[in-house]
Ligand binder design. Sequence first.
Ligand code: KG4
Ligand code: ZN
Length: 407
Amino acid sequence: MSGRGLILGIETSCDETAAAVVERGARTLSSVVASQIKTHARYGGVVPELASREHLRAIVPVVRAALAEAGITLADLDAIAVTAGPGLAGALLVGITYAKALAAALALPLIAVNHLEGHIHAVLLRVIEQNAGPSTPLRFAQDDSHEEKEAALALVVSGGHTHLYLARREKGAWSYRLMGRTVDDAAGEAFDKVAKLLGFGYPGGPWIDSLARYGNPKAVPFALAQIKQKVHLGGKPPRTKAAKTAPIAGLDPRFMFSFSGIKTAVLRYVELHGLRDEARARAARLQSIAARPPQSKEEALALCPQQVLDLVASFQCAVVGDLMKKSFAAAESLGARRILVTGGVAANRELRERFSAEAARRALRVDFPTLAMSTDNAAMIAAAAWGRFLAGEFAADSLSADPSLAL
Ligand code: KG4
Ligand code: ZN
């Protein structure tokens, strides 16, 4: 134990094995992410059994690399934090089992973190680091301002989630109230499915992001579902993995999302305009080159007819517009002056530009994580654990994976 407030974060909820060292929830000393994208790309999505196997292979070298990058040893750590859920059961268990063993061997406290809370802290950590600057002494994240209160509307938008929370900090501790969420697919899932059906690689978000800027966003008028009445939501069981992590009844329908319809609309457009064969040919061509987003305008344009670029631009424009409309409506109705946007889809360029412009227009503040910390990482887990560490909220020996852990 160094007493410096060094927390080792471990994250294995989906397809990235990640470890990071964060000092006092306020300074990232290292953040190592081993991505499994290559393993899953050929299946067009994450295969849970393969994910667990890859985590088992990667966890020890990833933790070692995180310690080395931070310039510390195991003996310097003050606590270990691990993602307890939501996520894939087998994948979560690899991180949890490893973290438990390490904590027991080192006689350190173990802190269980909700993955969604982690994503929110990816933004908060960035803001703290930006404010601190390299030469200023550490301004501790949550332990130096017990009088301060703050509230923000948080949109967590990733491959598994599209959730709106009211995040509040009081006396150093954060609490979250669920305000809205998807009733079916997550926004990232829609990006991935649309990219797949257009013959692009996995994950689809970065493909669509890089191609959309060459298309006309007004070419195809997509309309996103507006959930009309509470009665549609009351007691209905969740329909997809994205819908499982939080209760639905009692939420305001204005802040609910639905992305399965637009995916079907894209499919219909593709079939109606005979783009199927073209997409198949592109998929075959992409398999022969590395599964990566096009690197240049020329490469992107060579891969796609204009009609596909227009379709991609229209899809992205509609999804981002829907995320914006509901997030700003929720912020306004809750009186929140600040919006945090986080999760893999928060890496999207159009999303960042439009949220920033709209926030400026309304004189609100909007914050995003760094691009690297938009997607899954462990620094966000270690940062989220800091408040619990100070409060002495440690995990019981019985800690296990909770695939649908709610925040
Ligand atoms: O947060 P994340 O790494 O994992 C989950 O917790 O789900 O998010 C991954 C998701 C994928 O669906 C991926 O397609 C999407 O984030 N994504 C993007 C972009 N980068 C990643 N979606 C849109 N634009 C991007 N630039
Ligand atoms: Zn995530």
